[in-house]
Ligand binder design. Structure first.
Ligand SMILES: NC(=O)c1ccc[n+]([C@@H]2O[C@H](COP(=O)([O-])OP(=O)(O)OC[C@H]3O[C@@H](n4cnc5c(N)ncnc54)[C@H](OP(=O)(O)O)[C@@H]3O)[C@@H](O)[C@H]2O)c1
Length: 342
């Protein structure tokens, strides 16, 4: 049994962490922080959790060390608090961008500030069990990748490892639902502005470019769109090939990468409605569905990845890492299969 704290519990990711951790048989949640909700019950900000817990929020400054601290605050916050949490001997699972990038020089470029603890960037382990399961088992500091980055990395990494990609940049086109920008997304999140939207909000320069490049070693041309959905990310990756490939080889490549992964499914069917990955049917689940198509005309592979940004793209991925880190069965508290129709 682990005593767990959730920092930033009132946010969208914090709420999803609480939903999962409250049903985790090996977890006792001892602290949940929020300045704006201090003293109030969890159900006031997350109505789906009414009657699930008697916990109330405490202020961020009242946080004391726990066995495991999940940090779900905006980037820039956990950079300064994490060393003190680590010094107490606990594990930190950070869901912000603060410890994802190994190269400190990328923080001024993508986050407009120097990293105050670059010494921790070498130690931090990226929270993707599909890539770093063995290192996660002993990690003190785990940095869960961003939602778009998780999708793109899982779609591309098998192609990279199989040396299938040519020298051209990989074009990643992503679509995200509104919860990806958090509870405080400002005017862009207003129903009047967001409803019906199909908006390229980051035609280039999105911060997740750095994470995807770090984990694929490829030059990434990322364009991000906001679409009409609450949850979900679909990353469509246009990967130009080093040599012609057959679909059979791609099946083999993806099966050998993910055949035994509990939360990655290969979805590429010749008929039916859901032939390729689609985030809609993944809402609330920890799956990342991966699909692909070979385009011989343009000598590219179209690699697709769908996930729920709040689950495999954040809280679900974090709980999966927690399970790996502490030796619990990896699927504990993550077994929800999703809804259909939805
Ligand atoms: N949303 C997603 O799909 C997603 C996916 C992957 C990763 N992430 C990352 O996860 C983190 C949380 O995202 P979110 O969408 O849950 O954001 P959110 O809904 O805006 O929630 C932010 C949380 O952080 C707290 N907070 C704000 N400023 C703080 C400060 N200065 N010090 C301490 N706590 C502070 C807020 O508490 P108060 O109640 O006190 O304001 C709130 O609980 C971000 O780093 C985000 O990039 C998000």
């Amino acid at each position: 049994m682990k005593e767990v704290a959730v920092v930033g519990g009132s946010g969208f990711v914090g709420g999803e962490l609480l939903r999962l951790l409250l049903r985790h048989p090996e977890v006792r949640i001892t602290q949940v922080t929020s300045d704006s909700m201090a003293g109030r019950s969890i159900g006031r900000s997350h109505p789906n959790l009414r009657k699930a817990t008697d916990l109330t929020y405490i202020r961020h400054s009242a946080l004391t060390p726990a066995d495991v601290t999940f940090v779900a605050t905006p980037h820039g916050e956990s950079m300064s608090r994490t060393p003190e949490l680590l010094a107490s001997g606990g594990t930190v699972i950070d869901l912000s961008a603060d410890f994802r990038l190994r190269d400190p020089a990328l923080y001024p470029k993508y986050y407009h500030a120097a990293h105050p603890h670059p010494e921790l960037l070498g130690e931090s382990v990226l929270g993707l069990p599909e890539l770093y399961r063995e290192r996660l088992r002993a990690a003190r500091l785990i940095a869960v990748p961003g939602c778009i980055a998780t999708a793109a990395i899982l779609a591309l990494r098998p192609l990279v490892d199989a040396h299938l990609l040519g020298p051209s940049p990989v074009v990643v086109d992503s679509k995200s639902g509104s919860s990806a920008s958090g509870r405080d997304s400002g005017p862009a999140g207003l129903h009047a502005e967001r409803a019906g939207v199909m908006r390229a909000y980051a035609p280039e320069g999105h911060r997740h470019t750095a994470e995807i490049e770090q984990e694929t070693g490829s030059r990434i041309a990322l364009t991000c769109h906001a679409v009409e959905a609450v949850r979900g990310v679909l990353a469509t990756c246009h990967a130009f090939l080093a040599r012609p490939v057959e679909e059979k080889e791609l099946w083999r490549t993806y099966r050998s990468a993910y055949g035994s992964e509990p939360f990655v499914r290969i979805v590429h069917e010749s008929d039916g409605l859901y032939r390729e990955p689609e985030p809609k049917i993944l809402a609330g689940t920890n799956y990342c569905d991966i699909g692909f198509a070979v385009d011989r005309h343009a000598e590219r592979v179209v690699a697709l990845a769908a996930l729920d940004n709040l689950m495999k793209g954040a809280a679900g991925g974090a709980v999966q890492c927690f399970n790996v880190r502490h030796g619990f069965p990896e699927t504990t508290a993550l077994e929800f299969l999703g809804l259909h129709p939805i």
